[in-house]
Ligand binder design. Structure first.
Ligand code: NAD
Ligand code: UDP
Length: 345
């Protein structure tokens, strides 16, 4: 099969591309390299069945493929709030462009949605039937509402144009190839612990999240894509629920460091609790996560340890080799090439 993965050079996308290539599929990995890295898929470039395409999903594209995984969108709050208008465009125009591509090609398309569509949930755990409680005008809205419109577009293209759509509501996922500077809690805590720095706890740390290891998530995405007739949203996540303080304790322990904490204010609209009800995925996809949090962290920490070793600044304190490409990536994400002088994130 010929498969397009948008956002394929990102964290989840690169693992998905790898699995698809190893299964013998032809893979087109599309990315604008805002938060993704060529390095994430460098090991796939030797395969004839793998193609890397620099493209922005906000621009139309026609390709003859059988399946589209639409993952193109920054996922970390720091990154998606950097240029919120672009985040909305990636979700709305990007999804629209990929739906047009799927319709013309007769391809099946899966949208990477998110648990953020539930906002600050009044129902716990969250089943797919819950419509959510989302602020339309807050700093997270560009992502939350962008993803909600993307879901609407998927359902409307299915109902109106008979496009074969799938919607995965992904809960917090972690693992190797997360960007170490992306501001998400797992990468932040691991990097801080490995550097012997205090872990930055936002608020009291009582807020909860459910963390899914990336291999489990990719398995769920592929099962959903290949299941027949499943157009309604499906939650994919690990139902194990942890407070952020518990996460800090576990990460410090896995890194072999004593836990020290630096308290920071809780960001606006930060959800208090988050835990997926995965009954639908269990029943319809026979999917459940298999990797417990501690086990997943034990697989993730060595990846970050290795990257930090390679990224160590030189004696004069000059930035690491990766810092300049990051500026380029941010430049690529601004509107139509116009460079803004917004402070570094
Ligand atoms: P990521 O930031 O590592 O990957 C996103 C990729 O999309 C990057 O490679 C980035 O360069 C690319 N991209 C961004 N905007 C683009 C555009 N306009 N055109 C082309 N490429 C673009 O994030 P991730 O964690 O791998 O997330 C992948 C998808 O899964 C996203 O859609 C995200 O919303 C969704 N998701 C992730 C999580 C999670 O916990 N990781 C949770 C819920 C949903
Ligand atoms: N968080 C934290 N310290 C950090 C980064 C995040 O305490 O250094 C908290 C954040 O406030 C949130 C949780 O960890 O409550 C998960 O944050 P993340 O950005 O990873 O994901 P999201 O909020 O999108 O679920």
């Amino acid at each position: 099969m010929k498969v397009l993965v948008t956002g394929g050079a990102g964290f989840i996308g690169s693992h998905l591309c790898e699995r698809l290539v190893l299964q013998g599929h032809e893979v087109v990995c599309l990315d604008n390299f805002f938060t993704g890295r060529r390095e994430n898929v460098r090991h796939l470039l030797d395969y004839n069945s793998f193609e890397l395409l620099r493209h922005d999903v906000c621009e139309p594209l026609l390709l003859q493929v059988d399946q589209v995984y639409n993952l193109a969108c920054p996922a970390s709050p720091v990154h998606y709030q950097y240029n919120p208008i672009k985040t909305v465009k990636s979700n709305v125009m990007g999804t629209l462009n990929m739906l047009v591509l799927a319709r013309r090609a007769g391809a099946r398309i899966l949208q990477a949605s998110t648990s953020e569509v539930y906002g600050e949930p009044h129902v716990h755990p969250q089943p797919e039937s819950y419509w959510g409680n989302v602020n339309t005008v807050g700093p997270r809205s560009c992502y939350d509402e962008g993803k909600r419109v993307a879901e609407t577009l998927m359902m409307d293209y299915h109902r109106q144009n008979n496009v074969d759509t799938r919607i995965a509501r992904i809960f917090n996922t972690y693992g190797p190839r997360m960007a170490e500077s992306d501001g998400r809690v797992v990468s932040n805590f691991i990097v801080q612990a490995l550097r012997g720095e205090p872990l930055t706890l936002y608020g009291e740390g009582g807020q909860t999240r459910s963390f899914c290891y990336v291999d489990d998530l990719v398995e769920g995405l592929m099962r959903l894509m290949n299941a027949d007739g499943l157009h309604d949203p499906v939650n994919l996540g690990n139902p194990g629920e942890f407070s952020i303080r518990q996460l800090a304790e576990t990460i410090a322990d896995v890194c072999g460091r004593e836990l020290t904490i630096e308290y920071r204010p809780l960001p606006q609209d930060d959800p208090t609790q988050r835990k997926p009800d995965i009954t639908r995925a269990q029943t319809l996809l026979h999917w459940s996560p298999t990797i417990a949090l501690r086990q997943g962290l034990e697989r993730t920490v060595p990846y970050f340890a290795d990257r930090l070793k390679r990224k160590r600044p030189n004696k004069k304190g000059a930035p690491g080799a990766d810092d300049f490409p990051f500026i380029e990536r941010r430049r690529a994400y601004t509107e139509a090439g116009t460079w803004t002088d917004r402070p570094a994130v």
